[in-house]
Design a binder for this molecule. Structure first.
Ligand code: ADP
Length: 245
């Protein structure tokens, strides 16, 4: 089953393409690491995949449907960069945020015991049961990240798309967070992760897409490590962050 299918996708904000002629597929169960230097088009590509931007040319399918007519939003959990850093000003509790993930499943807006149980399960899976009644804005970046993942789990999302989810998160929480992602992936959830730390990506992801406007590599992690794609895509920019455990 193909989760995302891009064919010859090009997108420009102005004159210069941010993403040029990219073709790639994400299969069910993949853990795809999306890497490239700063400003290389990673966020743009992720937003194109999810239908948040329309390509100038090329085609995009999500779960086998043209992304422009895709309506099963609850199948996708998207955690943008803003979700980690900002948090917004909505005075809502963690439980309320996670409960929002259930509304797509609740007929006529009434939540059943099953819905409440799904919320409890999701809070427990990501390890924030004890934070359920706290305001979302009062959480640390890493805790907030987990709350958004819990919301996606409560909605039974089968694709998690994460844009630099551990910016501002301390090393220990970051490790625990990536362990959580690995176990969710082992349970069958497809993951697309933007992460600037190449070491983390090659440790955790099963597949890599390496871009710098153009796609330099798409394939399994081993073939990426053995290839020259990293040096080619990063050029002389010297932005590569290596991180070894
Ligand atoms: P990355 O996620 O790899 O840092 P982005 O996809 O955010 O890269 O950006 C790719 C390029 O597009 C960059 O040159 C960036 O400055 C530009 N860009 C990103 N968002 C916008 C926008 N909303 N308007 C104009 N240019 C943008």
């Amino acid at each position: 089953m193909t989760v995302v299918d891009l064919e010859n996708v090009t997108f420009a904000y102005g004159e210069q393409p941010a993403v040029r002629d990219v073709s790639l597929t994400v299969a069910e169960g993949d853990f795809l690491g999306l890497i490239g230097p700063n400003g290389s088009g990673k966020t743009t590509l992720l937003q194109l995949m999810l239908g948040l931007r329309s390509p100038d040319s090329g085609s995009i399918e999500l779960f086998g449907e043209p992304v422009s007519s895709f309506e099963d939003g609850e199948r996708i959990g998207y955690v943008s960069q803003q979700a980690t850093s900002g948090g917004g000003s909505m005075p809502v509790t963690v439980r309320e945020v996670v409960t929002m993930g259930r509304f797509a499943h609740a007929g006529h807006g009434r939540l059943t015991n099953t819905d409440h149980a799904a919320v409890d399960d999701a809070l427990e899976t990501v390890g924030i049961t004890d934070l359920a009644d706290r305001q979302i804005n009062a959480l640390s970046g890493g805790q907030r990240q987990r709350a958004y993942i819990a919301r996606a789990l409560a909605s039974e999302a089968d694709l998690l798309a994460l844009d630099e989810p551990t910016v501002g998160v301390d090393a220990e929480s970051r490790d625990a967070f990536y362990q959580l992602l690995e176990s969710l992936n082992a349970d069958g959830i497809t993951i697309i992760l933007i992460e600037h730390d190449i070491g983390v990506v090659t440790d955790r992801a099963s597949r890599i897409a390496c871009i710098n406007t153009d796609l330099y590599h798409h394939g399994d992690t081993e073939s990426f490590v053995e290839s020259d794609a990293l040096t080619e895509a990063y050029g002389a920019s010297g932005q590569v962050v290596h991180h070894h455990h």
